[in-house]
Design a binder for this molecule. Sequence first.
Ligand code: GLV
Ligand code: MN
Ligand code: MN
Length: 397
Amino acid sequence: MALNPARFLQDLHRLRSFGASGVGKGVVRPAFTAVDIASRQWLASRMQEAGLEVHFDPVGNLFGLNGPKSLLIGSHSDSQPEGGWLDGALGVIAGLEIARASKEDGGPAISVVNFQDEEGRFGILTGSDVWTGQISLAEADALTDTDGLTLGAARARMSGRAREFLPHDMFSGFIEMHIEQGPGMDVSGDQIGVVSDIVGIRETRIRICGRQNHAGTTPMALRQDAFQALSDFNQRINARFGAVATKATVWTLGHAELSPNASSVVPGQARFTLQWRDGDLARLAAMESIVEDVAKDIAQERGVEVEVGPVGGIDPAAMDDRLKAALQQAAHDLAPSKWRDLPSGALHDAANVARVMPTAMLFVPSIGGISHAFDEDTKEEDLIKGLEVLNRAALSL
Ligand code: GLV
Ligand code: MN
Ligand code: MN
């Protein structure tokens, strides 16, 4: 049986049912939650039905293997705390359909992968980070989510299924299909994007300790208000990052917590995350120095303690020329004049995998450029076009 787009869409919708939530087609399926584990178990059963050998590694990455040497296709199925139905899921189910169809047709050996914690509940692209050796399993185990749960404790929930880490040389290369997650192709009207390179990221957690006190009796001049310090920190970062940024540079303060978070208490503590992304290593480093400088200045001028945690990151990654050419040819054949080359401002497991084997990525458009939100979506015809282009490229390799 040839590639089956109806079966692909059916599996994609079935995967959405694990953690389906919110308006539209949203999902809540963060790494190692009960629904994430259940969805991985279901995916494993679909892989098995397709005649692939199911393999969970110690960090929760799930492989559907086809023989000792194969082309690997996939992505991730964990979501942000409020995520869309396609971010990651699309690439996993496309890999499943292409591997399954190729097996049925007696085509080339294709395996599928579903990486764990791509969305960074614990680290940054944690499952592929560990598999590709960017960090050790022991280092990963000590990472915590924002509630203090360690990855070591979380992955123990799946330990009964875990076998060894797979050698990279089982695979001739890796291709990841993904939604674009930005407005580029939605605006240009293209159906397929072939990724040239993936942006780099740095991220840290910061804690400001001031003095908790009474909101009615503490004179303004005597306050060591952790929230005011955070607010000042943010404004200075905006000014100083803005001075070194290009149009492509982005930064986000995405998580913040005040303690005790009460209207009549001068906040004693603020904890927040700061991440910044750019394609240039030197600029990423310059921005890290700015964070350190601003932290020192705020501490000195406001009489608070500012602790900047370890800075984690993924370096920018270029995609492989040969795999990219196969995607470009397939896009040219199946979506003539409706495809383009473009960089990725979102992170992907492909950035890690590119360090250990030839790797490429293709994008389909995101309606309205929306992602990491419940209303993320893509036209069905674009999902199918992406599947067909990826399949053609995979068979040509
Ligand atoms: C991955 O989801 C990212 O944050 O770019
Ligand atoms: Mn993703
Ligand atoms: Mn994502």
